[in-house]
Design a binder for this molecule. Structure first.
Ligand SMILES: Nc1ncnc2c1ncn2[C@@H]1O[C@H](COP(=O)(O)OP(=O)(O)OP(=O)(O)O)[C@@H](O)[C@H]1O
Ligand SMILES: [Mg+2]
Length: 278
């Protein structure tokens, strides 16, 4: 299935979700908890006892060197790769090893470089279909209005097929959907990959809007510093294990060491693993 994660129901924003202290581990108030998570590709173990939580309305940056297991975490959370151990708790419910379809319907959107919009549908169709399904036919005009108000460029291009949008516009379209539907959690994996710096800024402005509207974020990003500007908490993965979980402030200055286990360089120039589909 190549469909993006769409919410199956109108989801209220995380209203009144109190701001947690930066880096505070949320437990009861978590929108997502992964506990002792393991995952494997055939005989190759990719994740070992990965544990962290995302508070409601919070953004967590998941960082690490190429091959550390970031995308694998995203795939296990969204049901694309099975967990071999541990649990994924979403909004208080155990969703471990549920189908990707079921998890998407619960309101977890998974946005990656390549699989976030329906390329052959127009911009408007990409919005109308999920809006109608989630909110009902009557609510569609208002929902479209909100999407175009937040992202005017989508309004200008409403009749254009989504596959012909620029990379940045495609991310915008996917985020407009998430924002209007107030989906509870979005997992973004390298959403700025291949985009010019100015477009990366636009994508991050859109992500900020999504966060401000109450959606929680799990951000996997090669522009680590950019992700840290938005994140409340950072989780560092090293060879499939959590090497750090805490506030962004506390990790500044030694993130390079944590990520690479050497030197101080940031993985800014890192591309995706050749075997990584997203
Ligand atoms: N489909 C697959 N089959 C076999 N091994 C895989 C597969 N996908 C990933 N792996 C391996 O699992 C490990 C973790 O990969 P993952 O894609 O999660 O890393 P990542 O942190 O997202 O890296 P990058 O920053 O390069 O995207 C890597 O060693 C990778 O080679
Ligand atoms: Mg990856």
């Amino acid at each position: 299935m190549n469909a993006p994660a769409l919410s199956g129901e109108g989801v209220a924003p995380a209203a009144g979700a109190g701001e947690l202290e930066s880096g505070q581990m949320a437990t009861k108030g978590s929108i997502l908890e992964v506990a002792d998570l393991g995952a494997a590709y055939g005989p190759f173990d990719a994740l070992f006892d990965v544990t962290f939580a995302i508070g409601r309305g919070q953004a967590v940056a998941l960082v690490g060197a190429n091959g550390a297991g970031k995308s694998t975490v995203a795939r296990v959370v969204t049901g694309l790769v099975p967990a071999t151990g541990g649990r994924v708790i979403f909004d208080g419910e155990d969703i471990t090893n549920r189908s990707a379809h079921d998890i998407a319907n619960r309101g977890i959107a998974h946005l990656t470089e390549g699989r976030s919009v329906f390329a052959t549908l127009t911009v408007e169709e990409n919005l109308v279909l999920p809006f109608r399904r989630a909110l009902g036919r009557k609510a569609v005009p208002r929902a479209l209005g909100e999407a175009y108000e937040r992202f005017p460029r989508l309004g200008e291009r409403r009749g254009q097929s989504a596959g012909t949008l620029s990379g940045g516009e495609q991310r915008m379209l996917a985020l407009a959907r998430v924002l209007v539907l107030r989906q509870p959690l979005v997992v973004v994996d390298e959403l700025s990959f291949g985009l010019a710096p100015v477009v990366v800024e636009e994508v991050y402005a859109a992500l900020t809007q999504v966060l401000d509207a109450g959606t929680s974020l799990l951000i996997i990003e090669q522009h680590v510093e950019r992700a840290l500007e938005l994140a409340h908490q950072v989780v560092v993965l090293t060879k499939g294990r959590v090497a750090y979980d805490g506030s962004v402030a506390a990790v500044r200055g030694r993130l390079g060491d944590l990520v690479l286990g050497r030197g101080n360089e940031m993985p800014e120039s890192a591309g995706p693993a050749p075997d990584s589909p997203g």
